[in-house]
Design a binder for this molecule. Structure first.
Ligand code: AP5
Length: 224
């Protein structure tokens, strides 16, 4: 089992790239945002407890997240796992190291400038049924307002994608989440990936790096 972390600010494209990589390389994707939103949507006790925090763009507690992520990783068994949205602060990165030592294969840091992030987030729409991600300008559905894969399902905007919440999330990212990059840089695991091209271009960049890391890991060491 290896953990591949998709890392970057809100709107960098973690979910979009995670869905593509999962499909093309038969990986398991664990998105903490999706897990939390599923609890909210289905009205579980956890969902009721965290709804206001998530809608406001604040972080949910480390304890809750660790439990969700541990469960998800353990359920995935031996499969390669893409983590989207975790870890989100240094305490979470340390917890991951403690419970799954030496399992992180790489951290892909998606780099996009702030103006583009705001444009991406304010135009994002989601299918509430299959969770497919769209954008009103760059990736619209075939029929306006509906999901291509789920007839009758009207696309929705996330509560935390309103402009005031986007600003809160970007500030929290800078303060709490960005230091995680240095945590992994010190371990030689962080790769910066320009994520401002088309979805396909970014996916090729990620795949190239991922394949290089795999080929180095699989090359037998020469004995002297
Ligand atoms: P989460 O769902 O993880 O939100 P996020 O990190 O803010 O990231 P986003 O989902 O907003 O963006 P993304 O990078 O996935 O971009 P996407 O691919 O959708 O978390 C939500 C909340 O849950 C948090 O605020 C917190 O409350 C809680 N939470 C989650 N994890 C937690 C944790 N570990 N600890 C504590 N709390 C936690 O793309 C965005 C848009 O851009 C889309 O419309 C897409 O079509 C478009 N797009 C994507 N790529 C491109 C491209 N290359 N060119 C043009 N448009 C593009």
């Amino acid at each position: 089992m290896k953990l591949w972390i998709l890392f970057g600010p809100p709107g960098a494209g973690k979910g979009t790239q995670g869905d593509l990589l999962k499909e093309r390389h038969q990986m398991c994707k664990l998105s903490t945002g999706d897990m939390l939103r599923r609890h909210i949507q289905t009205g579980t006790p956890l969902g009721k407890k965290i709804q206001a925090v998530v809608d406001a763009g604040h972080l949910v507690s480390d304890e809750i997240l660790l439990e969700l992520v541990r469960e998800g990783i353990e359920e995935a068994g031996d499969r390669e796992i893409l983590l989207d949205g975790y870890p989100r602060n240094v305490a979470q990165a340390e917890a991951l190291d403690t419970f799954f030592p030496a399992q992180v294969g790489a951290v892909f840091h998606l780099v996009v400038d702030e103006a583009a992030l705001i444009e991406r987030l304010s135009g994002r729409r989601l299918c509430p049924t299959c969770k497919r991600i769209y954008h009103v300008v760059t990736h619209p559905p075939k029929i306006s307002g509906g999901c291509d894969d789920c007839p009758g399902s009207a696309l929705v905007q996330r509560e935390d994608d309103r402009e005031d919440r986007i600003r809160v999330r970007l500030a929290i990212y800078e303060r709490e989440t960005a230091p995680v990059r240095d945590f992994y840089r010190k371990q030689g695991l962080c790769y910066d990936v320009q994520a401002d091209g088309s979805v396909e271009t970014v996916c090729s960049r990620l795949t190239d790096i991922w394949e290089k890391i795999q080929s180095v890991a699989n090359t037998p060491r020469q004995t002297e």
